[in-house]
Design a binder for this molecule. Sequence first.
Ligand SMILES: *Cc1c(COP(=O)(O)O)cnc(C)c1O
Length: 394
Amino acid sequence: MTTQEKHSDGIFGKHGGRYVPKGLEASLDELNAAYNQYKNDPAFQQEFAYYLKTYAGRETPLFFCKNLTEQCGGAKIYLKREDLNHLGAHKINNTLGQILLAKRMGKKRIIAETGAGQHGVASAAVSALMGMKCVVYMGEEDTKRQRANVARMHMMGAEVVPVMEGQRTLKEAVDAAINDYIKNPDTFYLLGSAVGPHPYPLMVRDFQSVIGCETKEQTMEAEGRLPDACIACVGGGSNAIGMFYPFIEDKTVALIGVEPGGIGHKMGEHAATITYGTQGIIHGYSSYVLQDDKGEPASVYSISAGLDYPGVGPEHAMLKDQGRADYVIINDEEAINAFFTLSRSEGILPALESSHALAHALKIAPKMSKDKFIVVCLSGRGDKDLDQMLQYMK
Ligand SMILES: *Cc1c(COP(=O)(O)O)cnc(C)c1O
């Protein structure tokens, strides 16, 4: 049995599944049936590959950081350049896959949630591409913090709905999108990470697996073998699972997920869900969750908006339990330092999210021998973080 068949019911060990109101079951069943039909349909896969190539700009390069490697004095450091995708991050892989599925299902209205706005922009873009109406739910606090992305969504013809509940951030935006989905079964909910009720974690992982598949071929070409470690940042976990999944059976490859350690270990000072969380239910699935005494999702913090989420994809929770992947934390300061280190050594501005993954590579590379090599998933470009980073310029 392959790994994929083993989890085709959306159960990942103790995690995953579907914990939703009755009204949502039928929509998710319909989605699951369509997904199962098309994932093995050559015409669908061909169309997906076509848009990944001509619209997103794949394949993305695998880049050897010669300067950074010399500076660290240990294992070679490579970057998988997801920042070079259209819109500057890996999000486009998943939104293209889901919009093509929506089209085949005959859906005409797309809804999405967004935190920093990156998934909202990617959803707006693919909706424009396919001529569909797009409504993006975004916490009101986030609409103020991320005005440029709100403008981008508007320019691409999407409607942005500010969510006024609770902390007015990502968690409330997901709640609002789920409520819309319950009320409008004809709508397609384009979910932005490898989280949510079955079949989203499976589906998003499959659409993002192009990252790991390309990396495998590219490392074979560059080094004649598979890497010693793959490192990726974990928010909901989509870029990480996309990188990890094709390597799961390759036991010589260490898989390391990096969570945002923020400014401290206390609840509210970080968003390191696997590191500090406990088993719970959030947004329709079971996984590790950062929750308060009442079982409500805790408030979370990270310098990078894209990692600021109190849940985590159930497949990561399983990989952690199995010991197949390791999850570590990198704090704000280490991420900021990694941002400047890569900018100055290689002329690449990494997203603050990706800077977390990079920071861990900078930590372990010097302790590894020179014949080893590491691949870091550079999930996005740092241009979106410039205003924030200006204050740290010396
Ligand atoms: C959204 C985002 C992330 C976090 O999302 P995952 O689902 O954990 O991948 C990481 N990096 C960038 C650049 C992002 O935009």
